[in-house]
Design a protein around this ligand. Structure first.
Ligand code: ADP
Length: 217
């Protein structure tokens, strides 16, 4: 199996206070790893480090993302191969359709293929508000739009930080069940941060719990 993530002895300190201390963490291609744990446990920090949005402490141990050691030279390329979805995503002041298709237009896909992919992902996430302004939809609709925007580019790895927290439990469960095969299609993998046990049960191939910055065994 191809190992996409391999972290060993990764540390993060803020203002002298240790926030994260990961002994070892691995993820194989095609798997969904859930990270749960209480507020302040370091879940988002870990996700940001893996997403190369923040470096671990200088002198930390082994750090492989998408099978590669991040360096100055491959940073942009690695970032392009993954997509991050935050709990409170940023929406551009355009329609939902334009927000979802943005990444595809940057990648210069044909208009017909863009439309095809946007409609496919919208169907999956039950987005029937494509023409609305993305700044005027509800929090739950915003989260679904952000997830669609990430999924549509088919990244090798998705990093999801409580991406469906604003949805009601019933819709969340329904969407997660439908999403799982799409997320892991063609050997793609995901890290899913949540503190909802029901979500873990629905989506996890592998799970870990963080408490005070450490993996609880
Ligand atoms: P979680 O996602 O599990 O709620 P976070 O990773 O957001 O936890 O935060 C872990 C700890 O790190 C918290 O104590 C938080 O206050 C602290 N922290 C997070 N980001 C920063 C930052 N940029 N500067 C200082 N402290 C931070």
């Amino acid at each position: 199996m191809i190992e996409v993530i391999n972290l060993k002895s990764i540390k993060k300190t803020y203002n002298g206070a240790p926030i994260l201390e990961i002994g070892e963490m691995t993820l194989q291609a095609g798997q969904v790893l859930t990270i749960s744990g209480p507020n302040g446990a370091g879940k988002s920090t870990l996700l940001r480090i893996i997403g190369l949005l923040e470096p671990p402490d200088h002198g930390s141990g082994k750090f492989l993302v998408l099978g590669e050691k991040p360096t100055w030279n491959n940073h942009t390329n690695l970032r392009r191969r993954m997509a991050v979805v935050f709990q409170t995503p940023y929406m551009f002041n355009r329609s939902v359709y334009e927000n979802i298709s943005m990444g595809l237009r940057w990648r210069k896909l044909r208009t017909s293929e863009v439309a095809e992919r946007v409609h496919e992902v919208s169907k999956l996430l039950e987005i029937d508000f494509l023409e609305q302004s993305a700044r005027q939809i509800s929090r739950g609709q915003t989260q679904r739009t952000a997830l669609a925007r990430a999924l549509v580019v088919r990244p090798e790895m998705l990093l999801l930080d409580e991406p469906l927290s604003a949805l009601d439990a019933k819709l969340r469960a329904k969407l997660l069940t439908k999403l799982k095969p799409t997320i892991t299609e063609a050997g793609r993998s995901a890290i899913y941060v949540t503190h909802d046990e029901a979500e873990v049960k629905l989506i996890a191939d592998k799970k870990l719990t963080l408490v005070d910055g450490k993996i609880e065994r």
